[in-house]
Design a protein around this ligand. Structure first.
Ligand code: ZN
Length: 450
């Protein structure tokens, strides 16, 4: 079957709603994740209940290109107690209170000595900032600025009950085999603690997508990665150098749960099939959207698009990375993501995959002048309604450009029609013996630079 059967349906319980994804996010929210450690493992274990995944462990010290897999960080508790023994900063209240990856510490100090280790946001005095110190051995606490200002000049007891030891970097992977070995990569980061839009939204939509795809037939092989940001992508690429060329397109899903319009950041290639597909889907969505060119800053698209790999991997987000006030603060909480946005993000991913799955090339078997559509019942009598005219136009465009060199997406773009109209036209023309699939299926590849 050259075009996916329109009757392919996924069982209802496997289709996630916005409410389902919000529930998953709420369950994962309290876990203290980092780039390594038990928080990531616990997150992967819980995801495994939603969709079976393989958990990989890469030992600390493993060289990965210019980097090294770091030691494993685990934290049990942390606090700052005032002279009366009261916890004035308490990790049990929010895991954002500790600078992520802090070295262990246990000491007494004055406020003046403690002060350089405290981080707050004067512009948002009730928010706790999220800070990390992955590659610089230090420690610190984050707190609301109003709480910082309330600290009295006295002696404090400081404790970060954490370990930083050789262990491993954990990541999760789901490979859903298709009829071809060519792959679509979906990647999200899993290294942020209690932050919802930044990491949990991407995790939830990726898991939802994987659940659906595992339950229906597909042409592409889909590879889902749940990895710690930066070092996880670098590690995965270092360990899979021989197979990355199978990746025909991919998406980094990050920050897709807030209420800003969807934003697509193109791959470094800029005009690969995934770039054109996402832009097409967004343009026909009827919703506001943003498309931006590639830049070597952001999430893991930086690694997938690094010049040595130059993979066709773009990024789907909402609020621009790092440019909204709630970014990397306690305000990126459960109220910052919405069911509607998550559901719309998931639907957009479905639409993108639907185009990729059906983006074939065909050859017109009646290329000498137009075939007579009327005698085949494909051309309505004069005065047909507007929709009928549209479907006829889609057939004419499909016949005109089906020379084996244009994919259905090429035809959709050239005609200005929605991909679904062109696909439906191709399906009808195939049924009437007017098209055949291009031998060797050059279509999707012809528009692809690798
Ligand atoms: Zn982040």
């Amino acid at each position: 079957m050259p075009l996916s059967a329109s009757s392919t349906r996924v069982a209802e319980p496997l289709l996630a709603s916005g409410a389902d994804m919000c529930r998953w996010i709420a369950e994962l929210y309290p876990i203290c994740r980092s780039i390594t450690g038990d928080g990531v493992r616990e997150t992967l274990r819980r995801l495994n209940d939603l969709v079976p995944l393989e958990i990989h462990e890469v030992p600390s010290g493993t060289p990965v290109f210019d980097w090294t897999v770091p030691r494993e960080w685990n934290i049990r508790d942390a606090w700052v107690k005032d002279a009366s023994g009261r916890r004035v900063i308490d990790f049990q209240h929010s895991n954002l209170h500790v600078v992520n990856y802090s070295i262990p510490v246990r000491c007494r100090m004055t406020l003046a000595e403690l002060r350089p280790h405290l981080h707050s946001l004067p512009d948002h005095p009730s928010w706790i900032p999220y800070r990390t110190s992955y590659y610089n051995e230090t420690w610190g606490f984050c707190l609301a600025h109003r709480d910082l200002e309330a600290l009295r000049d006295e002696e404090y007891e400081v404790c970060i009950d954490a370990t930083l030891q050789d262990g491993s970097l954990s990541y999760g992977e789901i490979v859903l085999e298709g009829t071809t070995a060519k792959e679509i990569l979906i990647s999200c980061h899993i290294c942020h603690p209690s932050l919802c839009n930044d990491n949990l939204s991407g995790i939830a939509v990726s898991a939802a997508l994987a659940r659906e795809l595992q339950a229906k037939p597909h042409r592409y092989t889909y590879r889902f990665l749940f990895i710690p940001g930066t070092i996880g992508a670098i590690t995965w690429l270092a360990l899979h150098q021989g197979s990355v060329r199978r990746i025909n397109g991919g998406l980094v899903l990050a920050g897709i749960g807030d209420t800003a319009p969807l934003a697509y950041k193109k791959s470094r290639l800029g005009d690969s099939e995934i770039d054109r597909t996402v832009e097409h889907v967004l343009r026909h969505s009827g919703l506001p959207y943003l498309v931006t060119e590639f830049s070597p800053y952001g999430y893991d698209e930086r690694q997938y698009c690094s010049p040595g790999f130059n993979l066709p991997v773009g990024r789907l987000s909402r609020s621009p990375h790092g440019q909204f006030p709630e970014y990397h603060t306690s305000a990126d909480d459960l109220t910052f993501v919405s069911q509607e946005s998550l559901a719309a993000s998931l639907q957009t991913c479905r639409d993108i995959i639907s185009v990729l799955e059906d983006n074939h090339s065909f050859v017109n078997l009646n290329a000498n002048c137009e075939p007579q559509l009327g005698k085949r019942g494909l051309y309505r009598a004069i005065g047909g309604n507007a929709d009928a005219g549209k479907s006829e136009l889609a057939m004419l465009w499909t016949l005109s450009l089906s020379d084996g060199r244009h994919s259905l997406l090429d035809i959709a773009e050239r005609s200005g029609l929605h991909f679904a109209s062109i696909r439906d036209a191709a399906r009808l023309l195939l049924e009437h013996g007017l098209l055949q699939q291009q031998i060797g299926e050059g279509g999707t590849e012809s528009t692809q630079k690798t």
